[in-house]
Ligand binder design. Structure first.
Ligand code: PLP
Length: 383
């Protein structure tokens, strides 16, 4: 039985190998390894892709989040609201700056931050006269590639004067009400970690925004808080640059990215068509007006471990994103949350399972995966 890969970076490399070699060799020839011309070319192309005025490329998706918060002056005494069901980095950066993450439960269908739960969390803090904490911002996450509900979230933000940081590490390529992911909030960030929809050959990330002042602050933060002169430092910053070589790798990948997003769409549609026939499985819900970038294809089911083991022996890898919501992580124990605080996220964390997903997954492999699932659960094939 041949093993199906969970993601297949080799198929993509085979497709664009000559363009990759040409771009990488160009960097070896010009030798501008830091902030070379490929970095600026990539930033211009990414800004156009995301429909924003500015893109600031950075070292990784975590730095992108961190720098976006720094540019908004987030620090001790500040509160940033975010979803409890996400990758650790989303909330890690809030705590790293000495601010307080306030977690919010998710919508049971989209797995994204629930606007109603967000509104009560923001209202509760505003009405808490004993608290000295100041609400500053919201970080919604476009989980698995599906944009969060930005109309509802941005309305809450306007009412309470908060910034919104779209964590589009998984979301780039998605669409919300006709607008591309990366353009849906005050500022947005993404990651080029190899397994993300637009992945490089190493770490990378980017920040998207249209504000002409904050973009200057971000560019300064990226190089040690540099002022107008290289050895003048006007604020505390960091070394947050994207390597020229990584930009060179990402440029040919961005060329084929729209085509790959369309291919992911077809893979997801095939999965859903087949798996909707299997009792006991909940396939992903994509609300009207939304397009997912399909970073992951994740189903819900009971007795997950049994299915995972059965698929393993059939050469079908699966993954659990995420087994533990952030409010239950040891690193955040000091915040005082406990089991039962966010019931939807806790329930989903116990039942979610992600299936192999990449643009080069062939129909016959999808059929094989779905039949393996169906046989494990019902004893019969589904296709
Ligand atoms: C991957 C990811 C990040 C972090 O990106 P890195 O490039 O790995 O630092 C942040 N948020 C979410 C939701 C992610 O999936």
């Amino acid at each position: 039985m041949t093993q199906i890969p969970f993601i297949d970076l080799q198929a993509q490399q085979k497709r664009i190998r000559p363009q990759l070699e040409k771009r990488i060799l160009a960097v070896l020839d010009h030798g501008k390894y830091i902030m070379g011309p490929e970095v600026y070319e990539l930033e211009a192309r990414l800004a156009a892709f995301a429909g924003v005025k500015h893109c600031v490329s950075v070292a990784n998706g975590t730095d992108a989040l961190l720098m976006a918060l720094m540019a908004h002056g987030v620090g001790p005494g500040d509160v940033v609201f975010t979803t409890t069901f996400t990758f650790f980095a989303t909330a890690e950066v809030i705590a790293l700056l000495g601010a307080t993450p306030v977690f919010v439960d998710i919508d049971p269908q989209t797995f994204n931050i629930c606007p109603r739960a967000l509104e009560s969390a923001v209202t509760d803090l505003a009405n808490d006269k004993s608290s000295t904490l100041i609400a500053r911002g919201i970080i919604p996450v476009d989980l698995f590639g599906l944009p969060a509900d930005y109309d509802a979230i941005n309305a809450i933000a306007r009412r309470f004067n908060l910034f919104v940081l779209e964590d589009a590490a998984q979301g780039l390529g998605g669409v919300y009400q006709g607008r591309p992911s990366g353009s849906l909030a005050t500022v947005a960030t993404t990651s080029f970690f190899p397994a993300k929809p637009l992945g490089g050959y190493g770490d990378g990330g980017a920040i998207f925004l249209s504000d002409d002042t904050i973009v200057e602050t971000l560019r300064s933060i990226r190089v040690h808080g540099q002022g107008s002169d290289k050895y003048e430092n006007v604020r505390i910053g960091m070394n947050g640059r994207l390597d020229t070589l990584q930009a060179a790798v990402l440029l040919p990948k961005l060329e084929i990215f729209p085509d790959e997003i369309a291919a992911r769409q077809r893979v997801a549609e095939t999965y859903t068509r087949l798996l909707d026939k299997v009792p006991g499985i909940t396939t992903p819900t994509i609300p009207d007006g939304y397009t997912s970038a399909w970073a992951q294809y994740s189903i819900l089911l009971d007795k997950r471990e049994r299915l995972q083991n059965a698929l393993q022996t059939e050469g079908v890898p699966t993954a659990i994103y995420y087994p533990k919501p952030l409010h239950l992580q040891t690193a955040f124990a000091g915040l005082g949350y406990g089991t039962g605080d966010f019931l939807v996220a806790e329930n989903v964390a116990g039942r979610i399972l992600s299936l192999p997903m990449h643009p080069y997954l062939e129909e016959r492999d999808i059929v094989r995966i779905c039949n393996s699932i169906s046989i494990a659960l019902t004893g019969k094939v589904c296709a």
